[in-house]
Design a protein around this ligand. Structure first.
Ligand SMILES: [Zn+2]
Length: 440
């Protein structure tokens, strides 16, 4: 088995995203010769234990540390867990396996005053201010920024990226104001800086490991900018949104490729940004296969994402909803499920928050926000059940010269089948592992 790839959508308690991607190259004796791993988002703080449990299962530890972590955006259910993972060992007592992890995020959001053209006297202080994470404008990400600064500052790849065009206090009508020499001369990287960059290997030389076939994870959108067909970037802006939505539309998005297999993960991105990526996805397709074989539904299946147009154009084989056990939101939302049924009836979809597959075979699943509760009304939190709610995708090459021909989705489901309406009296039955197979 030469190259293989696993994508684990980690089952969390409550809402949140945490997706582990592991690419491995083995020789004929199945000895691991090359490996890299990227964690995309880390759920909420409470998710840390579960994330570390999964990392351990994949053999990621002090001797084989995590390669990179990507924070798609600054919502608590995505980046708080990352913050807590990378706490220094004296505070977290267990490991320093994140000491050298490369950290990618969407960049800094604080106010930056760029000097008037032709002046350089203030440049130094501007850069210093830009790199100082503690301003009241980013109080939400303040603890995260400090944790990075204390531990991974030198590995924060996106340290000099300024993410918010609105904070840029220059007068210009340019579509790409960050190309202004007043900005570039100040050493500030634009919000689209990460787009087009591969983060699984980060330029590492894979010459000894059949590099043409190696899985690759490439940033395709950031801060409302997105990758275009010709390898450039363009921007979709949405005005007048709430703070939450404004954060979501800035999510980083990544395309994972392995041979002809294509997978998309985009944080809590909304439809405007997703739809803008369609021409790029279309340009990658050869043959009649789907634009994407698998995708994590953005924003946990919210109907602000995964538009009917997006789904019917992409026609994914597989959609994963990262909703988490006992999710406090009614995710995935009915409109998204209905769109899947209506426009892509062949698509199979899975939910990290449920122990069973939900698909057309079972009808509309529990999407009403009714979740199992104790008699006193508190949510039932069952770690044993939660542990079994990861949804994993597995792919491997049949041999060194052949790209992967199929992928599988591994998940747990109860023997009982379609008891899709939770209620306080429902008894969980032992879950069992199942796998569905898809041709690439
Ligand atoms: Zn979220």
């Amino acid at each position: 088995m030469p190259w293989s790839l696993e994508i684990c959508h980690i089952g969390l308690l409550g809402t949140g995203d945490a997706t582990l991607i592991v690419a491995t190259f083995q020789d004929g004796d199945e000895e691991v010769l090359k490996r890299s791993s990227v964690l995309i988002d880390g759920g909420r703080s409470e998710a840390t234990g579960m994330v570390e449990e999964v990392l351990a299962v994949y053999g990621i530890n002090d001797d084989a540390p995590l390669g990179a972590v990507a924070v798609t955006h600054y919502d608590a259910d995505h980046f708080n867990g990352v913050r807590d993972l990378i706490r220094p060992p004296q505070k977290r007592r267990r490991t320093d396996m994140y000491r050298d992890v490369r950290v990618y995020d969407r960049g800094r959001t604080q106010n930056v005053t760029v000097p008037a053209q032709g002046t350089t006297s203030r440049s130094a202080s501007i850069i210093a201010n830009f790199r100082n994470p503690a301003t009241k404008n980013e109080s939400i990400i303040h603890p995260y920024s400090y944790m990075i600064k204390d531990n991974c500052e030198r590995n924060l790849v996106t340290r000099d990226v300024l993410s918010s065009v609105n904070q840029l206090r220059i007068t210009t009508n340019a579509r790409f104001p960050f190309d202004d020499p007043r900005v570039t001369n100040a050493g500030i990287r634009p919000p689209y800086w990460l787009i087009g960059q591969e983060i699984l290997w980060n330029g590492e030389n894979l010459a000894d490991f059949h590099p043409d076939h190696a899985p690759r994870l490439t940033c395709v959108s950031a801060n409302t900018y997105y990758r275009t067909v010709n390898g450039g970037v363009d921007v979709v802006r949405s005005g007048g949104l709430s703070r939450e939505r404004n954060e979501n539309i800035n999510s980083l998005g990544f395309l994972l490729t392995f041979g002809n297999f294509r997978y998309f993960v985009g944080g809590d991105m909304e439809s405007a940004q997703e739809d803008a990526l369609l021409p790029y996805f279309r340009s990658l397709r050869n043959g009649n296969g789907p634009l994407l074989h698998a995708m994590k539904a953005s924003h946990h299946g919210s109907n602000l994402s995964s538009s009917p147009n997006f789904l019917k154009t992409v026609k994914p084989n597989v959609v994963i909803f990262s909703c988490g056990q006992n999710n406090q939101f009614p995710h995935p939302e009915e409109r998204v499920i209905s769109s899947l049924h209506q426009y892509t009836p062949e698509t199979k979809y899975y939910n990290t928050g449920e122990n069973w597959r939900i698909d057309s075979e079972f009808g509309i699943p529990n999407i009403s926000g009714v979740y199992p509760r104790n008699k006193d009304g508190s949510l039932i939190i069952d770690h044993q059940v939660n542990y079994h709610s990861h949804v994993k995708i597995f792919i491997e090459q049949p041999d060194n010269d052949t790209p992967p021909q199929e992928f599988s989705v591994n998940f747990y489901c109860p023997e009982a089948g379609p008891n899709l309406n939770h209620d306080a009296n429902h008894d969980y039955v032992p879950a069992r592992l199942r796998a569905d197979y898809f041709t690439i």
